[in-house]
Design a binder for this molecule. Structure first.
Ligand SMILES: Nc1nc2c(ncn2[C@@H]2O[C@H](COP(=O)(O)OP(=O)(O)OP(=O)(O)O)[C@@H](O)[C@H]2O)c(=O)[nH]1
Ligand SMILES: [Mg+2]
Length: 203
């Protein structure tokens, strides 16, 4: 079945409940929507923008493979108003506290920079949920292979340092580029495996 955009959700109670979710999280402008397009194989499916997002909506896609892909609004953009930040926190916390089945959270981090404070906070938050999650270091096309590998290592170390004393279930990190397609097969395989886990266990 083909992938498609479903809707923008502004209130958690409007999230569908008939299929499990794979969730994309990350700082504003990190490349979440570009990754949606790369993984679902459609260029214009998710709106990609040079300007950081101003609205707090979860953009919902049907993967066509039995799960929804939820593109969370980006965090960490300083110039967003206090009201938008509060909307964002309410929406995200509501989602994670809801009875919706989240099979995997993918946290996108810019491979060019050390994880920022908000990235570390997000990792700590995810670790505390006990949900399986993975860190995807994106925009790798902007660095040399050696630089990207080095940054993947130090970035992973920084994220892992936030896990202490939590129910962390952090899977292997992935080096990625929506631009070149680097790591796309690996990420697709991880997503597919996590999204399908229950079906496999039940059959
Ligand atoms: N070179 C390069 N540019 C990228 C990559 N991924 C995204 N970009 C660019 O980064 C900018 C932001 O990309 P988006 O996909 O809109 O980022 P986002 O995380 O969805 O941003 P918000 O929706 O604001 O949270 C755009 O100009 C993209 O073209 C990548 O892998 N490589
Ligand atoms: Mg986006």
């Amino acid at each position: 079945m083909a992938s498609s955009f479903i809707t923008s959700v502004y209130d958690c109670k409007n999230l569908p409940a008939d299929k499990p979710f794979v969730v994309f999280a990350g700082r504003s402008n990190v490349g979440k929507s570009s990754a949606v397009n790369r993984l679902l194989g459609k260029k214009g499916l998710a709106r990609v923008s040079k300007k950081p997002g101003k609205t707090a909506a979860i953009n919902l896609y049907d993967s066509g493979e039995g799960y929804y892909l939820a593109d969370l609004p980006g965090y960490g953009y300083a110039r967003v108003s206090h009201a938008v930040k509060e909307d964002w926190a309410r929406l995200m916390e509501g989602f994670f506290a809801s009875d919706r089945e989240i099979r995997l959270v993918v946290q996108f981090v810019d491979v060019r920079h050390e994880p920022q404070k908000t990235d570390l906070e997000m990792t700590a938050f995810l670790a505390a949920t006990g949900l399986p999650f993975t860190a995807v270091f994106t925009k790798a096309d902007k660095l040399s292979k050696a630089e990207a590998e080095e940054s993947l290592k130090s970035g992973t170390k920084a994220l892992r340092a936030t896990l202490k004393g939590t129910a962390a279930n952090m899977l292997a990190p992935v080096l990625f580029s929506a631009e070149s397609g680097l790591g796309a097969d690996i990420l697709a395989a991880v997503i597919r495996q996590c999204a399908a886990e229950k079906e496999a266990a039940e059959s």
